[in-house]
Design a protein around this ligand. Structure first.
Ligand SMILES: [Zn+2]
Length: 377
């Protein structure tokens, strides 16, 4: 791989070098200081080293990696390395030996809204997963005593095994910002993803100190990728001090996923689709191949995914008129699938779980499969 000339590269990332004898020097971009201790030898412009507090060093890839991922940068992490290599591809390409000036590279601070089907950047995936890891620790760290989110989840019938497997968490709102700052991860990335936002929208002073966690006071339910990493977070209101805030809060910066898509078994079995994350989690606990959304709205993109799934679809809806109407709407939007209302007298699947009536649902499910001649798997 071509060695990157740091004297050309650094200024494009806002690092201004000054010639001092046999070195180029500047204040280290990775720790706070007033006297420059970040150095590049003039006769070896492909390596940098900080002789100050952070004592880091590396080549051009490491420089950009640390700017993008902070102290979490690890050149051996495949996703991180690829992200930086792709960003630097024009400089690293073997057919591109010229070192002339190039247009400035996109900076994360200018992050545009991410609402599109495009895959998330390695930085975005890193911070989503990091946040979820913190939220998991918070949920279990608070214990299961009275008035804890864990106690609440248990009263809803969820086992600790389900909560751990689906990586359910709780956001107290006190951890994310300090953690990101302590590892030097660009806070702007978390802002663009709506994990953090200004305490007062539109306030003139929007310094970092004034940022709060979007999901504070909420139980966090994540959509996980095939490797179990978070790629989307929804917050379910839990803390009493949230008052009349909406029950579910999503990240508007990312297109809403079909929860559980990456976890579907690849056996062609029928897929149950629900409009409630609590019902989706219930179905996961019972071992069904299930997809979930938060609410009855179905995006065009998700309708398209369901249409193309190539396996039988059953919409499990709430046992009331709005539920049935939603089932019919989904059927129409996707163009196929059957509707299965939650068996009476229960309103939704989570009520069935709390009542210990899983068997009742299983009977309704097998009856539907038989009636519609759907092979169970
Ligand atoms: Zn340093």
């Amino acid at each position: 791989m071509a060695d990157l000339d740091l004297v050309a590269l650094a200024p494009r990332y806002g690092i201004v070098l000054q010639r001092r004898g046999a070195h180029y020097v500047t204040c280290c971009p990775f720790h706070a200081e007033k006297t420059p201790s970040f150095k590049i030898r003039v006769d070896r412009p492909t390596r940098w080293r900080c002789y100050g507090a952070c004592a880091t060093d590396g080549d051009g890839i490491d420089l950009v990696g640390r700017l993008r991922f902070g102290a979490a940068w690890n050149a051996r992490d495949r996703d991180q390395f690829r992200a930086v290599r792709d960003e630097l591809a024009p400089d690293l390409g073997p057919l591109n030996p010229t070192r002339g000036p190039r247009p400035a590279l996109p900076q994360p601070t200018r992050a545009a809204p991410l609402k599109e089907a495009a895959p998330l950047s390695a930085q975005a995936l890193y911070v989503l997963d990091k946040a979820l890891g913190l939220y998991e620790t918070e949920l279990w760290g608070l214990g299961g005593g009275r008035a804890t989110p864990l106690r609440y989840l248990r009263t809803r019938g969820f086992t600790d095994d389900t909560l751990r497997r689906q990586r359910i968490g709780y956001c107290s709102g006190t951890q994310l910002l300090t953690t990101l700052e302590s590892i030097g991860f660009p806070v702007e990335v978390a802002r663009a993803l709506e994990l953090l936002h200004p305490r007062h929208e539109g306030a003139r002073d929007q310094s970092e100190r004034d940022l709060v966690e979007h999901l504070r006071g909420r139980i966090v339910i994540a959509d996980l990728d095939a490797r179990g990493r978070a790629r989307y977070l929804t917050g379910r209101k839990w803390a009493p001090w949230l008052g009349r805030a909406s029950k579910y809060l999503c990240q508007k910066a990312i297109a809403p996923p079909l929860y559980g898509l990456a976890q579907l078994p690849a056996d062609g079995s029928p897929v149950l689709v629900t409009e409630s994350l609590a019902d989706w989690l219930t179905l996961r606990q019972w071992g069904y191949a299930a997809l979930g959304t938060s609410g009855t709205g179905l995006s065009h993109e998700n309708a398209r995914v369901l249409r193309g799934l190539g396996r039988p679809l059953v919409y499990v809806v709430q046992n009331d008129d709005p539920g049935r109407a939603a089932g019919e709407r989904w059927q129409k939007a996707v163009g196929r699938g059957r509707v299965l209302p939650t068996p009476s007298p229960y309103k939704d699947l989570n009520e069935v779980l709390v009542a210990g009536r899983e068997e009742g649902f299983r009977e309704a499910w097998t009856a539907l499969l038989r009636k519609e001649s759907i092979p169970p798997a």
